[in-house]
Design a protein around this ligand. Structure first.
Ligand SMILES: NC(=O)c1ccc[n+]([C@@H]2O[C@H](COP(=O)([O-])OP(=O)(O)OC[C@H]3O[C@@H](n4cnc5c(N)ncnc54)[C@H](OP(=O)(O)O)[C@@H]3O)[C@@H](O)[C@H]2O)c1
Length: 225
């Protein structure tokens, strides 16, 4: 795909992988719109990136994001469900399943569901578009002390695999990305012990965009450390 002038929406594009992808899309002359929960546009966001306040757990706010994009640019070519949160590694007994695991699943699963649904509605009107869901290698294997995060990402992966079969796959496509550990703000609360071995999100973003530029991009791309 030639990315020049493509309209690309990235949820959670103000930090980490989302921000890194935004920069690579800009380098490829795409128009980039990101969202986050901040009350105002983050100061360190590149000037050419459009920003909208939207919490992915609130369907109405994501609808407003899509509305903004379609009003301004007339279409959505690529919608990336990237916003995600994490929980520090701990055994099942220590996880706050009542609140924190619920919040995790709200963002990592329902944020992806709402984003996909809203993007798809617009893409069906256009009869074109690509939805990309950022999952994790934690959606491929169960990992010790990561029951909640793995559950959220396995669920988002199941949703994505099912949605891939639901769209027509000619004009509208759904792709899944499974990155391994990256050095990002995801781990601000507590860094995993092996954090130093994690990847640079800029390199992962390059690989995601390079894949899209191929004649036949991988529909499910695993990017391991
Ligand atoms: N880092 C890793 O090792 C790794 C590995 C595999 C997969 N992933 C996945 O990659 C994606 C990006 O993570 P990251 O590592 O780049 O994390 P990050 O640096 O913490 O960035 C997360 C982004 O998501 C936004 N966000 C979080 N909750 C949101 C919400 N409810 N609504 C809107 N935006 C929200 C954040 O902005 P605000 O908090 O300011 O709203 C931020 O822009 C996530 O889906 C994550 O699960 C990460």
């Amino acid at each position: 795909m030639n990315l020049k002038n493509k309209i690309v929406v990235i949820t959670g594009g103000t930090k980490g992988l989302g921000k890194a992808m935004a920069m690579v899309f800009l380098e490829n002359e795409a128009k980039v719109i990101v969202c986050s929960r901040d009350d105002k546009r983050p100061d360190d966001l590149e000037g050419n990136i459009f920003w909208v306040k939207a919490d992915v757990t609130k369907e109405e706010e994501l609808k407003n994001l899509a509305y903004f994009v379609v009003e301004k640019f007339g279409k959505i070519d690529i919608w990336i469900n990237n916003a995600g949160i994490w929980l520090p590694h701990m055994p099942i007994e220590e996880i706050d399943w009542g609140k924190r695991a619920h919040d995790l699943i709200e963002v990592n699963l329902f944020g992806t569901v709402y984003g996909s649904k809203i993007a798809l509605a617009q893409m069906r009107k256009q009869n074109s578009g690509l939805i990309i869901n950022i999952l994790s290698t934690s959606a491929l294997n169960g990992l010790k002390n990561e029951t909640a995060y793995c559950a959220s990402k396995f669920a988002a992966s199941g949703f994505t695999k099912a949605l891939m079969k639901e769209v027509d796959r000619n004009n509208i496509k759904v792709n899944a990305i499974y990155p391994g550990g990256m050095q990002t703000n995801l781990f601000d609360e507590r860094k995993p012990e092996i954090y130093n071995t994690f990847m640079d999100p800029n390199e992962v973003a390059e690989k995601i965009v390079e894949n899209l530029k191929k004649d036949k991009p991988e529909e499910e791309l695993i990017i391991k450390r």
